[in-house]
Design a protein around this ligand. Structure first.
Ligand code: F6P
Length: 545
């Protein structure tokens, strides 16, 4: 237990909540009265631009938020993170995902990282060049990554995001769900002899991954490939080489992972093997480089000019000053459609906790709900609530100036929609404007007066816009690292360990008891009445006698 007063009791936190309770002129007026606002609340780093001017922010508020960060000891915590202190204190280890993208070769860990990258490079080259082949010397055409959580979401998201960079030689698929339909549907169009499975699991004990890995093995054998040829079709990425070897993967085909890399921070390691296979090693190294540029920015930029720090402070301001419960992530790039799901794990597994790093009950809300989808699709679904609902939901818009598509007009439509959405959220539509619009459309004054309230959009709804020149391996790397560091800063403001995830364990333990009951057909007496009734129906179906 820590006996120092929590940050919530600090003068700076009180100042923050007092400022939140003080009415601020509408954002539209803040823009009108301050011609330099857009330039002042703008940052560039690692190929990304952040326009944070459409936030409920003034120089005074920014100052108080920065003082809060200082009171939380942010700079020391950043130094501690990069130094490799055991900031994951409940698991007594560092969180050193930044090392995975560092060009340094000095320390033993850095050398391990570069040796692993070199072995990935050799492997990717061998598969691409056809030296690594399947049964009967068949060239590998498809890669199926079997993993879940951090061993799936990052690689799947990055592979989709970098579609224009895909190698024409290979297609990658990602299977995560223990629902057998996921694997079966993926395999239904594939040929075993040209398929390579990557079994990705840091622990190599995750039930879903093990179940799917065994099913994949059975599928390969059932296709007529002999057991002796299995090594041509299975490689693994794991920190648990013993378990991977038990599954039957030869030591030289197990790519390493380390306990100082958390699952949700692991796409930069050999967990990124399917990305490297999909886009080639040179592009994978560009992804690492982009993340490294963001690391350097995060480590060295002063807090008031630091992109992850500013984004985290704004989220903190909305969660704890304005009682926001969620944050929308709205990529206006179809290839980033999996980004919200990736960020859900990154943010919610890191910040979804009820105690601080000392085990004390939090004196404020934990992290919030991350959600969203690719624009413009969301505009025709949930944006209605963003514009007119009574809830307060800050949002991040993410877009790129250039597109890989040969249709510039369509891309301009996409960008126009993106900018217009943040503009509409910020400016809104007053009753007077709505009435004038209706009269102009030919409505009678009575009709206009009746309809106008339905059209009113309150505005003053905050958002960030992240703009990049184009979505490519380097800018994607920077974008992901930006959110990783943002989450870290939020954890500092909550005095929380962002790198453990004890909450997922209970469900796993109970799940194994329920599975035992369903598969044996015997209900234990200590199940609650609801679970017993649900399980009884399944047992009646699978064990009729
Ligand atoms: O259950 C949560 C979790 O531990 C995640 O943190 C992790 O990314 C995922 O499971 C998969 O774990 P593994 O890579 O060990 O299979």
């Amino acid at each position: 237990m820590n006996t120092t007063a929590p940050l919530t009791h600090s003068e700076e936190w009180q100042q923050m909540t007092a400022l939140a309770a003080t009415a601020l002129p509408p954002l539209k007026e803040l823009f009108n009265s301050d011609p330099g606002r857009a330039q002042r609340y703008h940052l560039s780093a690692a190929g990304l631009q952040l326009d944070y001017s459409k936030n409920l922010l003034t120089d005074t508020i920014k100052q108080v938020l920065l003082q809060l960060a200082q009171r939380a000891g942010l700079q020391d915590k950043i130094d501690s993170l990069f130094r490799g202190d055991h900031i994951n204190n409940t698991e007594d280890r560092p969180a050193l995902h930044m090392l995975l993208r560092s060009p340094q070769h000095s320390t033993a860990r850095e050398q391990q990282v570069h040796a692993a990258l070199a072995s990935m490079e050799r492997f990717v080259g061998a598969v691409h060049e056809g030296q690594w082949r399947g049964y009967h010397s068949t060239p590998i055409k498809t890669v199926v990554n079997i993993g879940i959580g951090g061993s799936d979401l990052g690689p799947a998201m990055a592979y989709a995001a970098l579609t224009p960079f895909h190698s024409s030689r290979l297609q990658c698929h990602f299977v995560s769900n223990v629902d057998p339909v996921h694997l079966a549907q993926t395999l239904s169009t594939l040929q075993a002899s040209s398929t390579l499975f990557v079994i990705a699991s840091k622990t190599f004990t995750t039930v879903e991954t093990m179940q799917n890995a065994h099913a994949a093995r059975a599928w390969v054998l059932a296709s007529g490939i002999p057991e002796s040829a299995l090594p041509h079709h299975f490689v693994a990425v794991s920190a648990n080489t013993g378990k991977a070897a038990e599954f039957g993967i030869a030591a030289e085909h197990i790519f390493p992972m380390w306990d100082w890399v958390g699952g949700r921070y692991s796409l930069w390691s050999a967990i990124g093997l399917p990305i490297a296979l999909g886009i080639g090693m040179q592009n994978f190294r560009s992804l690492l480089h982009g993340a490294h540029l963001m690391d350097e920015h995060f480590r060295s930029a002063e807090p008031g000019q630091n992109m992850p720090v500013i984004m985290a402070l704004l989220t903190h301001w909305y969660y704890h000053g304005h009682n926001a419960h969620s944050h929308a992530v709205l990529p206006y790039l179809q290839n980033l459609y999996l980004l919200p799901a990736f960020l859900q794990q990154l943010d919610m597994e890191s910040l979804g906790k009820q105690v601080d790093q000392h085990g004390n009950t939090l004196q404020c809300q934990s992290g919030g709900i991350i959600w969203g989808s690719a624009g413009t699709n969301g505009q025709h679904s949930f944006h209605q609530l963003l514009h007119q609902g009574t809830r307060f939901i800050p949002a991040d818009f993410i877009c790129a100036i250039a597109s890989a598509s040969p249709q510039p007009q369509a891309h301009l439509q996409l960008l126009a929609n993106c900018f217009a959405q943040s503009q509409a959220l910020m400016a809104g539509l007053t009753l007077k404007q709505a009435t004038a619009e209706l009269l102009q459309q030919g409505k009678t004054p009575a009709q206009a007066a009746w309809l106008a309230p339905f059209k009113v959009c309150p505005g003053n709804r905050p958002s960030n816009t992240l703009l990049m020149q184009s979505l490519n391996p380097q800018t994607l790397g920077a974008l992901i690292a930006l959110y990783e560091h943002k989450v870290f800063v939020q954890s500092v403001l909550l005095d929380m360990n962002a790198f453990d995830q004890w909450g997922v364990e209970l469900g796993k333990t109970l799940g194994s008891g329920v599975f035992k009951a369903l598969s044996s057909g015997s209900l234990p007496t200590d199940f609650d009445a609801s679970t017993s009734a649900l399980a009884a129906q399944v047992i009646a179906h699978y064990h009729p006698h």
